[in-house]
Design a protein around this ligand. Sequence first.
Ligand code: 3HC
Ligand code: NAI
Length: 686
Amino acid sequence: MTVSIEHQGEVAIVTVDNPPVNALSQAVRQGLLDAVEALDADPSVKAVVLTCVGRTFIAGADVGEFGKPPMPPHLPDLVARIERAAKPWVAAILGSALGGGFEVALGCRFRVAVPSASVGLPEARLGIVPGAGGTVRLPRLTCVETAVDMVTTGRPLGARKAAEAGLIDAVIEDDLVAGSVAFARAALDRPLPDALRDRPAAAAAVGFWESAAKTVAARAKREEAPLRALACVRRAAEADFEAAIAFERETFLALRGSAQAVALRHVFFAERAATRPPELAGVTPRTIRSAAVIGGGTMGAGIAAAMRDAGLPVILIERDDGAVERGLANLRAIFDGAAKRGRMSSDVATERMAGVTGTADYAALADVDLVIEAVFEDLEVKREVFRRLAAVCRGDAILATNTSYLDPERIAEGISRPERFLGLHFFSPAHVMKLLEIVPTRASAPEVVAAGFALARMLNKIPVHAGICDGFIGNRILKVTRAQAERLLLSGATPADVDAAMRAFGLPMGPFEAQDLGGLDIAAFQRKAARTRGETPFAPIADRLCAIQRFGQKSGGGWYDYEPDDRTPRPSETVAAIITEEGKDWPRRDWDEATIIDSIVWPMVNEGARILEDGTALRASDIDLVKIHGYGFPRWRGGPMHYAQANGLDKVVEALSTFAGGGLADPPCDFLLQAALRGGFSDAPR
Ligand code: 3HC
Ligand code: NAI
């Protein structure tokens, strides 16, 4: 039974049991509707407690049903029916009451929750607005500022904050059901508050809507849903209840099938699938209760911070005492920065640092469960580190490298028990960026790979399995993007044209601005290494810039010029002259925004197809996650592979063939051609 009823005297307890997250499937909606009818008709019942089994209250509508025709009973009708019930309903919340789940709770006369619970309307994150009265009832329960913040950001509120905002009537410290039944009984002794539909909406201060629209538009950039959600709350505050409900429903239905909503749903399911790859089903991960990081530079400090944020004790190893102090200072700067920005209290920052032991003595690692190496990108330096680790660490401790471009197989050569080794590739800043590429070697044991995925979950990161090749998934595509961006310059576009087009597409930064920020020297170093391997990386202009020490912002100029202490990119005559010289034999053409975007994004997809073909990525959606969480690809576009499929792979093939005809891109690879014939990507041929 997905919905069951039991009785404790005059209080009935309605329990939803629909694992894993009690989503509002058709069966749950029907079960709840039947329950209201039955309990209204039962004279022995005076009040109803609505709760759930498992780890959470109702976490929302069943997102899997969004692509299908809606089936009655519809959620808005169910919420309205609960609201009109003859007996007061009390929502007893544990875990998360989200989306439709919170809307059901808003239909109840009261809401109580355990302290760890949270409530929210995250629909905007799925490209839609609440569809069952959330935007209309919320401003009848709390102020418009809170309502607007909740529906436009999708951020949930914890139980205590929700109680302060008036969304929760009581926080229940002890047993939830017993506390809720007691709450319901006490409520029967007092006059009942009005149902939300009968209460007036909160008033907004003069100018509030105009300033909220500016703030929301700036944050949302080109995402549609947040502004549409704002419009719904405004309508709720200004129109009558029924008109506002109709407006919200109309907006919900209009957005549900939109390209952005489809893309965001794709990402939602891809993210959840990523943490539990089918190839590791049934494998028990090795346990990680303590960790160490070797190297306290940019990456090492960030990785250590991420592990402290997850509560793991961390040992930080550096080359000597001076370097240990510098590494600890890097780590402290991260926590102090977080405290300064109000992201944690200074007490928490102090507690995070207290869990870090800095030392130059490898003997301290004798009992750690996991060691992540983040020393210089140099094969010999890394090998020496792993030789020492293999000698001092427990035989079952996991040893991981954070290398960007070196071959993990070669780093691990010669270490004892190589099954404990793997690549864990974090992205900078490692305590912020969500992506974690998990790179097994041929010898990595399944339970070690599974531990990589478990670690990602612990650190609240998105893990993606990546095979070994130059740059794994993300940096391999990045190389193609950069080469492609240079081709555009050689054929008549300017760095500012390309950057502006890619920002308009939704990236936070264009490819040239991004290189100036990160520094051109790192990629130059990679190209040098590739050339010594006999490869021929394409970067004629970047090579010239590096030859004259134009490494980006840090050297006062790169693709752009910079004034001292000013990060504003200014077009550079030096760079323009180099582009003209290098491009003298290239056919010139006019570049408009749409063609620039196509000529950057479709080659990404072509490389993505090759990555699927050779098994470096196992799923097209994994490539989407890599680009979204590691490189700022707009989430609402669904990632490059989804975006290509949504546009039609046949169109992508046609555009690539045209670019290739003009020498402006590689032709579509076989795998992409076949996928276009099939009408979509399928998983790697394994
Ligand atoms: N619909 C369908 N499936 C859902 C779901 C939903 N709303 N929420 C979660 N799931 C599934 C996941 O896909 C996953 O499936 P899997 O085991 O097959 O991979 C499983 O439930 C467990 O999910 P998580 O791994 O995310 O579990 P956690 O315990 O880490 O997190 C959670 C639980 C906080 C509830 C999290 O799942 C979550 O945030 N869910 C999304 C909630 C949401 O967005 N709700 C709004 C939906 S839209 C809506 O309600 C419209 C309404 O206004 C009409
Ligand atoms: P970094 O130069 O900032 O830090 C390296 C640190 O390692 C220095 O503090 C150095 O003192 C220490 N170190 C060197 N040899 C050591 C040894 N034998 N024992 C202990 N400590 C030692 O370098 P960064 O940027 O942190 O990179 C580290 C690794 O992470 C490299 O492999 C790099 O390719 C990789 N990486 C870097 C990214 C980035 O954006 N910077 C992104 C992802 C991976």
